[in-house]
Design a protein around this ligand. Structure first.
Ligand code: IPE
Ligand code: IPE
Ligand code: MG
Length: 238
């Protein structure tokens, strides 16, 4: 809280920030545009905010792009979202200078083959980047992730007495990463919608009515200032 805003000199930054990129549809509706226009604007904003997060020194950044429940939407909308993703992934060579390593979390087996290839290529090309680590949650569901982890644990025949919280943590898509410290949800909804439900046990939250395409660095800064002023006790006394 004593920090100088722009330099970030002394402020306490969360190591891992996660964002539920929600409100694209309502953003478009407000402008009498099709929902597709909202997703395009949301995608552009995702690129801007990701770049900004890396610039200010966030180490891990996770974005919720498509949930296991989003398949319920009309096929046309799903197709549009997947096409936006394709365009983003095809452009990946242009992000090299940003030094961001990219990882997709979720059940990728349900995606089209060409998207899976583009994802593998993006992960491979960015794997040695030393800047921020970006997780893109795609066909991601927190419950699905836990089921997936439990199945892997059973497959590995890990003895029951050896199974503890760390075992579950180590079998999630986010294995090896710190838990999110800070979860941001714009769009006026106050729920997790199945996002990082295991990892968020002690996360701090920031909610706002701003719709995702309107969520700018200044709003991000406001959220980060709020985080910096919080007292995290983790069940202890501080
Ligand atoms: C988030 O925006 C994008 C995805 C879920 C893929 P929405 O499309 O959910 O936007 P609203 O909530 O309808 O405004
Ligand atoms: C959460 O938003 C998923 C993503 C942002 C990708 P939704 O729009 O799907 O969430 P609900 O349906 O309002 O809970
Ligand atoms: Mg929504």
């Amino acid at each position: 809280m004593f920090a100088k805003k722009e330099t970030g000199a002394t402020r306490i930054l969360p190591t891992h920030v996660a964002v539920i990129m929600d409100g694209n549809g309502r953003w478009a509706k407000k402008r009498h545009l099709p929902r597709t226009a909202g997703h395009a604007a949301g995608s552009k904003n995702f690129k801007d905010i990701t770049r900004y997060a890396n610039k200010i020194g966030i180490k891990y950044f996770t974005v919720y792009a498509f949930s296991t429940e989003n398949w319920k939407r009309p096929a046309e909308e799903v197709k549009n979202i997947m096409n936006i993703l394709r365009d983003y992934l095809k452009d990946v060579d242009n992000f090299k200078d940003e030094n961001i390593s990219m990882q997709f979390i979720g059940d990728l087996t349900k995606l089209d083959d060409d998207i899976r290839e583009l994802i593998a290529n993006a992960e491979e090309k960015s794997k040695n980047a030393t800047g921020m680590h970006l997780n893109i949650a795609l066909n991601y569901g927190g419950r699905d992730e836990i089921v997936h982890a439990v199945k892997k644990i059973a497959e590995e025949k890990i003895p029951i007495e050896e199974i503890d919280e760390q075992t579950i943590t180590d079998h999630l898509y986010t294995k090896g990463q710190p838990d999110p410290d800070f979860i941001i949800r714009p769009s006026g909804e106050y729920r997790l919608s199945n996002f990082l439900i295991w990892q968020s046990a002690y996360a701090e939250y920031w909610f706002s009515d701003i719709l995702w395409p309107d969520f700018k660095p200044k709003h991000f800064e406001k959220a980060l200032s709020s985080f910096a002023g919080r007292n995290r006790r983790f069940g202890g006394i501080k």
